[in-house]
Design a protein around this ligand. Structure first.
Ligand SMILES: [Zn+2]
Length: 232
């Protein structure tokens, strides 16, 4: 490559990009934030729903795509709540990431991941709790069906019960459409400079959390997924 071109390229890649471009690259968000799911994921879900219906299960999407801004609202609200209770930033961080993601790191930003229940059964209270999927819970039939059929349609559980898995707690409702999300995951980890991004997005507490703590979150939480979601 000629020298001038090289210099121009270096200048270009080292220029600070617009926040919105960064956001798109880092979260995989698309222009239409109202898309509940990526098109292919939506089509695969519909196929699976039709098949499940024949067995009396109405697979229902509770949560699909979630925007960065929405996740930041959730995060900042929780942060304020725990601050008011007198918790220190590190403790608040650990508490929130038991179940919620740091904005910009949610797989729900990708439009490939979704929370599912069985709409055919009556339930009371919160639906996304493990007890509903186990023992005599209302979603046991759904869970059994998914264990036998989800893979056929390209879906896999992300936060499994495996003891080898680190990070987020077990979520029997959170499925990922692997043909799309596997690439997104690998791109995310190789193309993303996560720490400076998180510190520049008005996410509460990010100026007080150490690099080491954030790197541990990346290792334990972001990479703490079902191994079938990682390999090409
Ligand atoms: Zn989820």
């Amino acid at each position: 490559m000629n020298k001038i071109v090289t210099i121009i390229l270096i200048l270009f890649v080292s220029l600070p990009q617009q926040d919105s471009d960064n956001l798109k690259k880092l979260t995989g968000q698309y222009a239409n934030p109202k898309n509940a799911l990526e098109q292919d994921a939506q089509a695969a879900l519909e196929k699976m729903q039709k098949a499940a219906l024949k067995d009396g299960i109405q697979i229902r999407l509770v949560s699909g795509y979630r925007s960065f801004n929405r996740q930041r609202e959730i995060w900042n609200r929780k942060y304020d709540k725990y601050t008011a209770q007198g918790l220190k930033p590190d403790a608040i961080f650990d508490k929130i990431v038991e179940y919620s993601t740091v904005p910009g790191t949610s797989r729900h930003h990708w439009g490939t991941d979704m929370d599912l229940i069985d709409g055919a059964v009556k339930v009371s209270g919160d639906v996304l709790v493990p007890d509903k999927y186990h023992g005599k819970g209302p979603f046991c039939k759904f869970k059994d069906w998914m264990e036998n059929h989800a893979t056929t349609y390209g879906f896999e559980l992300v936060y499994t019960m495996s003891e080898q898995r680190t990070g987020f707690k077990y979520e029997p409702w959170h499925y990922s459409y692997v043909p799309l999300s596997r690439k997104r995951y690998n791109d995310y980890l190789t193309q993303v400079d996560l720490l400076p991004f998180l510190r520049s997005q008005n996410i509460k507490g990010m100026d007080k959390i150490s690099d080491a703590r954030l790197k541990r979150y990346l290792e334990e939480h972001i990479k703490g997924v079902n191994p079938v979601l990682k390999n090409n």
